[in-house]
Design a protein around this ligand. Structure first.
Ligand code: PLP
Length: 378
């Protein structure tokens, strides 16, 4: 199994004081106070035990209402499984669906964990291209051709996307769902960045799904700055939801009870915190896009999530080596493009989960580091 290049850079950066940390995708905001307080009250009230595999009924009720109101997904509480974050939801879904030797279609570039999940399952990762010239939306003809592979079982989509910041247009989402239907694939939709959209509109393919092939994954991590609580959820067609809930037993049994109560409070409580964080990410995006343009490193303007690419063409497929050098000699940590797939070679990813000052200084260090790299290569 490949190791995440993001984690390799993180390990190098974490013990070095003064390094500007733009490699990891973790909100720099604290979890909103009302959520922490609700969790503390829940711990005192005895939410310290196992829950049923699928999660607390009261939480699944809150999720059901949210899915209907925010995502246009009309689901019964039995179709919802609460998990230990979006990552576990994805892994358990793929565990339930994919046999060794089958294939999973994943985007290129994509969050590295999809390829790691495929490797863990002894499945083949088939990477479908996202087009830089089309704001990193998929080339639907190329996807259609790959989906015809007889081993293909599941198609993973991610919008708003990590690492590209792309928010797929409704037309594209419909096209992808049609391809899944044509080749009778399950569509696994990773929507953990659903609330971080600056332009465009977030569309859940499950809202358009008429034949029960879509599993949708959500998380508290990014929406409510709750990465360490490890709580998320999925919604699946009824027989599949039962299967995934069954798979959850040998994996983790259930999500942590207090974290479930924290998510319940997050969903039922005021949502201003979500808007405030999104506005902060938007301001940082705008400032960082300006800084990258000024340095000649601009690639695309992300419409969602909290990442953006910077040009590092001189590094080609050596972006991990570049990222190491940037940490050791220039005091800035970025994620190496190659860890996201071949189509991100010659790029590095910056996370907007850092202050505007840190981002400005980080872009300056990146530009100087790239100049030094280019000089050493020539
Ligand atoms: N999906 C994507 C695209 C991500 O970037 C991440 C985290 O970085 C996750 C899923 C998983 O997040 P969590 O397991 O914290 O919910």
């Amino acid at each position: 199994m490949p190791r995440s290049g993001i984690r390799e850079v993180l390990d190098l950066a974490v013990s070095r004081p003064g390094v500007i940390r733009l490699e990891i995708g973790e909100p720099d905001f604290p979890t909103p106070a009302h959520i922490v307080e609700a969790a503390a009250r829940a711990a005192e009230a005895g939410f310290t035990k196992y829950t049923v595999n699928r999660g607390l009924h009261s939480l699944r009720e809150a999720i059901r209402a949210k899915l209907a109101a925010r995502n246009g997904i009309d689901a019964a509480v039995e179709q919802i499984v609460v998990t230990t974050g979006g990552g576990t939801a994805l892994m358990e879904t793929l565990l339930a669906l994919v046999e060794p030797g089958e294939a999973i279609l994943i985007p290129d570039p994509a969050w590295p964990n999809y390829a790691m999940m495929a490797a863990t399952l002894h499945a083949t990762a088939l990477r479908y291209p996202l087009e830089r010239s089309a704001d990193f939306e998929p080339d639907l003809d190329a996807l259609d051709a790959l989906a015809a592979d007889p081993r293909a079982k599941a198609l993973v989509v991610n919008s708003p996307a990590n690492p590209t910041g792309s928010v797929w247009r409704p037309r594209t989402v419909e096209g992808v769902l049609e391809i899944a239907a044509r080749h009778d694939l399950y569509l696994v939709s990773d929507e953990v960045y659903e609330e971080i959209v600056f332009e465009g509109e977030h569309v859940s393919p499950a809202a358009l799904d008429e034949d029960g092939r879509v599993v949708t994954v959500f998380s508290a991590s990014k929406t409510y700055a709750m990465t360490g609580w490890r709580v998320g959820y999925l919604v699946a067609p009824p027989p599949l939801a039962d299967l995934i809930a069954k798979v959850q037993e040998p994996v983790v049994s259930c999500a942590t009870a207090v974290a479930q109560k924290a998510l319940e409070a997050a969903l039922l409580g005021p949502q201003d915190c979500v808007r405030e964080m999104r506005d902060a990410y938007r301001r940082r995006r705008d400032a960082t896009v300006r800084a990258l343009r000024a340095e000649g490193l601009f690639v695309t303007e992300p419409r969602g999530a909290f990442y953006l690419f910077a040009e590092a063409a001189a590094a080609g497929d050596e972006t991990l080596a570049l990222a190491r050098q940037l940490v050791l000699e220039h005091g800035v940590a970025v994620a190496p493009g190659e860890t996201f797939g071949p189509r991100a070679s010659g790029l590095v990813r910056l996370s907007l989960a850092a202050s505007e000052d840190a981002l400005a200084e980080g872009v300056g260090r990146l530009a100087r580091g790239l100049e030094a790299w280019t000089r050493s290569v020539i």
